[in-house]
Design a protein around this ligand. Structure first.
Ligand code: NDP
Length: 284
């Protein structure tokens, strides 16, 4: 039968700078494998143009868009409503444009991380050591809390940021969290099940590692890193040498994309296809 529909579904991302963001390649490989006539457009949107970009996406009836640095908090003023976890996290990376034009904000960073984590361990009842208290750490801490983790110890150089994240978890979930000033090598305490690097340490630097005494890691620990590039960080290599089960940041990236496209389109993209695309790009 001759083709009679030349209108693609439109999605995309607003960030700046955007040229180094490989999400477009990952998502479009997923669209292709699913046989979807859909596009993901990687847009460089400066802060002063965010409102116009949002209005443009709505006017052009996009299905939705992701937003990344520096728009994850600023986007909220342009939205009609927030999903519960995005409200707790206080940041949005995924906006669905509903058929009536309403804009609903989600945060899929923590959800993507948890989907990846659940491939190796069920977080309910577990004790977690979390390094970092920035946007990624906050999203992960909230989702761990909502998934009924037992306890989260949050380490950060700026203690106030860790205290703020611990406060959100304690106030809104059954999980207990506490904050620790991070100035010297962390000796992983007895009883910790999961160790997570949610700092930017390791991004673009395969030899960078945060202050942690890796000799205190052992085969009972799951060690996860949010860093997608390079995926095999020094923390993960050191943890693997100690016998730990390790999880790299590509899993988080792929799963947050997969969850986002499910929110936008109600379609499940292949995690295997998208992972292969990213591994190809990163030479992993
Ligand atoms: P933020 O800038 O919000 O937070 C960065 C965090 O890292 C802060 O807690 C900061 O501490 C800490 N940090 C940075 N450098 C150091 C250092 N030398 N020593 C100790 N702590 C340090 O960034 P995000 O949370 O948004 O992103 C963090 C990382 O997560 C990025 O590299 C990003 O690529 C990655 N990420 C990965 C995703 C994925 O899908 N795989 C999704 C989202 C993010 P302080 O508060 O003291 O400054």
């Amino acid at each position: 039968m001759a083709q009679d529909n030349f209108r693609s579904i439109l999605t995309g991302s607003f960030s700046t700078p955007c040229a180094g963001n490989p999400t477009v390649a990952m998502i479009e490989s997923g669209f292709k494998a699913a046989g979807l006539d859909a596009r993901y457009i990687n847009c460089d949107v400066k802060p002063e143009n965010l409102g116009d970009a949002v209005r443009g996406a709505r006017a052009q009836e996009w299905a939705g868009f992701n937003c990344s640095i520096p728009h994850k908090v600023a986007i909220i003023q342009h939205l009609d409503d927030l999903a519960d976890s995005a409200r707790l996290i206080g940041a949005v990376n995924c906006v669905k444009i509903e058929s009536n034009g309403k804009l609903i904000g989600n945060n899929t960073d923590g959800q993507g991380f948890l989907a990846s984590l659940k491939s190796v361990i069920e977080p309910a009842g577990k004790n977690v050591l979390l390094m970092g208290a920035g946007g990624a750490a906050r999203a992960i801490a909230v989702e761990l809390g909502l998934a009924k983790a037992a306890h989260i110890s949050i380490y950060n150089v700026e203690l106030a940021a860790a205290e703020e994240v611990a406060g959100i978890v304690n106030k809104n979930t059954s999980c207990k969290a506490d904050a620790h000033l991070w100035t010297e090598d962390i000796k992983v305490p007895e009883g910790i099940d999961i160790v997570i690097n949610a700092t930017s340490i390791g991004f673009g630097d395969a030899e960078a590692i945060g202050k942690i005494d890796v000799s205190t890691l052992n085969k009972k620990h799951i060690v996860a890193d949010v860093i997608p590039n390079p995926p095999n960080t020094k923390l993960l290599r050191s943890a693997a040498a100690q016998g730990c089960t390790t999880l790299h940041g590509l899993g988080m990236l792929v799963n947050q994309g997969k969850i986002g496209m499910d929110i936008f389109l109600g379609k499940e993209l292949s995690a295997d296809v998208m992972t292969a695309t990213l591994k190809d790009i990163f030479g992993a």
